[in-house]
Design a protein around this ligand. Sequence first.
Ligand code: ARG
Length: 539
Amino acid sequence: MEKEIISLQLAHLLGETFQQQEIQKQLEQPKHKDHGDVAFPCFSLAKHFRKNPQKIAEDLSSKLDHPIFSKTKAVHGYVNIFLDQTFMTEHILNRVLTEGYGTHSFGEGEHVVIDLSAPNIAKPFSMGHLRSTVIGNALANLAETCGYTPVKINYIGDYGTQFGHLLAAYKKWGHAEAVRQAPLKELSEIYVRFHEEAEDFPSLMEEGRDWFKRLEHGDEEALELWRWFRELSLEEFNHIYNRLGVSFDLTRGESYYTDTMAETISLLERKGLLEESDGALVVKLDEFDLPPCLIVKSNGTTTYATRDVTAAIDRYQSYTFSKSLYVVGNEQTLHFQQVKRVLEKAGFTWADDMHHVSFGMMLQNGKKMSTRKGRTILLEDVLREAGERAGNHQIGTGAVIFHDLKHYRQNDVEFSLEDLLTFEGTTGPYLQYTYARAVSLLRKTSFEKKTTWIDPSGWELVKHLHTFPDETARAFQASDPSIIAKYLLRLAKAFNQYYSGTKILQEDQLNERLTLVHAVTLVLGKGLAILGIEAVEDM
Ligand code: ARG
């Protein structure tokens, strides 16, 4: 509200060439409280008015006038605006206390499809899949906060030549009982063994290919085993999803597109996009400086890209999405560029709305946390251990999720259970602790909601509460949950400062102060919920 008022007045004062919206974007929040609540920099105006910025600032400052301004000042080329704290506090708190605070309606009626998690069957659930799951889940929550209908799709990796390898390996060394006991462990072990032995006995690869052919041609034995592996794998994945509190609107793996891929291939053919290359069929992407996209391999089998092209078309037909996000590690950047360009060349203008939301790696002691060969880290173990150390499953899980989300997703992240579980510092437990502390204050005594006056020491906190809706919109637009994570840390810090500087439970203006505390719990709770973290009331 104050930004609209300020930009509107400035637009009037500056004359026609300056648009209110542009001005509003330039408004800043001063780093120092001595510089007021909102600042407008005048440097870029100097040329236009042929005056120095400070002169312009002085001129504007003397003319700005509104009941919500308590004073204005020109300092070093900025107009600094101080807001009327009493008026603003009441206005802000009344909004914070409304149910939909922090939500938006700009996405109304539109679908955002989110491709997330997508682990591969018969392999351990990796850290990369954890990242995809929690980032994707937070993005879905943000989409919903902005009024969109999110569609979370778990695109399981359940198809491809590697399953031929797995079937061959199982026929050689597999034991049904061992698989039943610990499916992912056993299956990934024989899979690894297959590749090790294939180095000495290349004929194994031949057998693997054969099994894949059998699978593709609907051979009963192959299909039955594959279904069993899939079933068992999904069951194990579900333990993790339950722990994380993540669910999907659709669990639809790559194999779902087995039959429809033929349509995609003939479509590309009809559009004249398929070219032969060493016996394979590709779509050339030279004009985009990309290598050709492989659609059909020389042995006649389809590819990961063929399936993604097919799945994208299906998703558009089903949801007419306004955005389709793929939350996948940045090692697949080329793949998604190719898929998008192939669709674009085939004439699908909506390909423009597909975005690869990529992310960096999770490191341990500077090295990639690997789920391969020996260095196996089972995610369930990680989550269980976090829960045990924190003494509470929700806090442990929340700590792991928060640690992931507080970093800008593109960055690699160092994983240390110790660090992410400390109560001091920028952690999930710190936020949980802050939340629980606020809730316990509210439980000490009953209070009446009152927003009419608040002691000035609460002003900084009120201002933090005020920016929440901007943060949710920004986080969605940038597909960046860390915006919310960082915001919550700032809010928690402001609350803890308030808490240590003020006797909250003293008699005088108790209702007003507790209303403020209540408002903080609401926003903290909503923010944590967006990140997919359950707030804990008792600690
Ligand atoms: N299963 C793949 C992997 O683990 C990720 C799939 C990502 N989603 C997609 N539409 N390609 O590498």
